[in-house]
Design a binder for this molecule. Structure first.
Ligand code: FPP
Length: 246
C-alpha cells in the first residue's frame, strides 16, 4: 500500500439492521454478521501496521433500543470477546474500552475486564479500543467535571485550563486522535462519536452496510485517505513546504 497509512482509524459500524431487514431476517442476524467483519478488520488493521483501531460498538443512545436487541448485542460482545482473546494475544493486540462501562451488565463487564487485563501489553502491535456505552458529549462532561474538581480543590486556576488538559482527562488519554474516521451505512453524521478527538480527522462515508464492509472496502477507504491533503487550517502551499500536524 502506497503513501502514509493512518496511525489511528476509528469506525462507526452502521447498517447491521438494514442489512438483515433487506434479506427479511431479524435485525439481530445483522449484528451476528457484523461481528464477523469486526474480526476480519481487526486482523487486517494489525497486519497493515495501523497502531490504533477504535470501534463504536454500543452508544449511550443504544440503551434506548428494544431490550431484546440490547440483550443480543451484550451476548454477542461476550461471545466474541471469549473467542477473540486468543487472536489478540497471538498478535500482541491490546484491548481497551472507552465509555461508561459500569452501565454494562455484570457478565459483559467482567468478560471485558478479563480481556483488557490479559492483553495489557506495554508495547502492543496495535491498540483496539471498543467504545461501549459511549457518548462523545458525556466524555467531555466527565473530563470537565474532573477539571472542575481540581479548580474547587484549589489545584487549578480556571485561566490555566488548556486544550491538552481536556485531552488528558478523556477516557483514554494515551490514545492519539484518529487520523481517519470511517462511517459505513451511508449516513452523513457523527452520532456523538469522539466529538473532541475528531477535530482534524479525515472523514470517509461509504453507503456499504457494515456486514458488507469486507477487506477490499477497507483498502478503498485507506487509499482515499492516502490521497487526502491534511492542512490543519493552513494553505495548500504551506503544507507542501512544511508537512506537519499542528
Ligand atoms: C449499528 O447498526 C450497529 C450497532 C449498534 C452495533 C455494532 C455491533 C456490531 C458490529 C457487532 C458486535 C460488536 C462487537 C465488538 C463484537 P444498526 O443496528 O444501527 O443498523 P441500521 O442503521 O441499519 O439500523
Amino acid at each position: 500500500m502506497e503513501g502514509d497509512l493512518p496511525k489511528h482509524v476509528a469506525i462507526i459500524m452502521d447498517g447491521n439492521g438494514r442489512w438483515a431487514q433487506t434479506r427479511h431476517f431479524g435485525r439481530t442476524l445483522g449484528h451476528h454478521e457484523g461481528a464477523k467483519r469486526v474480526d476480519e478488520i481487526v486482523s487486517e488493521c494489525a497486519d497493515l501496521g495501523i497502531r490504533y483501531l477504535t470501534l463504536y460498538a454500543f452508544s449511550t443512545e443504544n440503551w434506548n433500543r428494544p431490550a431484546t436487541e440490547i440483550k443480543v448485542l451484550m451476548g454477542l460482545l461476550v461471545q466474541h470477546l471469549s473467542a477473540l482473546d486468543k487472536k489478540l494475544v497471538k498478535n500482541h493486540i491490546r484491548l481497551l474500552s472507552k465509555g461508561q462501562v459500569d452501565r454494562l451488565p455484570g457478565f459483559a463487564r467482567n468478560e471485558l475486564q478479563r480481556v483488557v487485563d490479559l492483553t495489557n501489553y506495554s508495547d502492543p502491535k496495535m491498540s483496539l479500543t471498543l467504545c461501549l456505552s459511549y457518548g462523545g458529549r458525556q466524555e467531555i462532561v466527565d473530563a470537565v467535571k474532573a477539571l472542575a474538581q481540581k479548580v474547587q480543590d484549589g489545584k487549578l486556576a480556571p485561566d490555566a485550563i488548556t486544550e491538552s488538559m481536556i485531552t488528558e482527562h478523556l477516557y483514554q488519554p494515551d490514545v492519539p486522535d484518529p487520523d481517519l474516521l470511517i462511517r459505513t451505512g451511508g449516513e452523513y453524521r457523527v452520532s456523538n462519536f469522539l466529538l473532541w478527538e475528531i477535530a482534524y480527522t479525515e472523514l470517509y462515508v461509504t453507503p456499504t452496510l457494515w456486514p458488507d464492509f469486507t477487506l477490499p472496502e477497507l483498502h478503498k477507504a485507506l487509499d482515499t485517505y492516502q490521497h487526502r491533503e491534511r492542512r490543519y487550517g493552513k494553505t495548500s502551499e504551506q503544507v507542501v513546504s512544511t508537512p506537519s500536524a499542528p
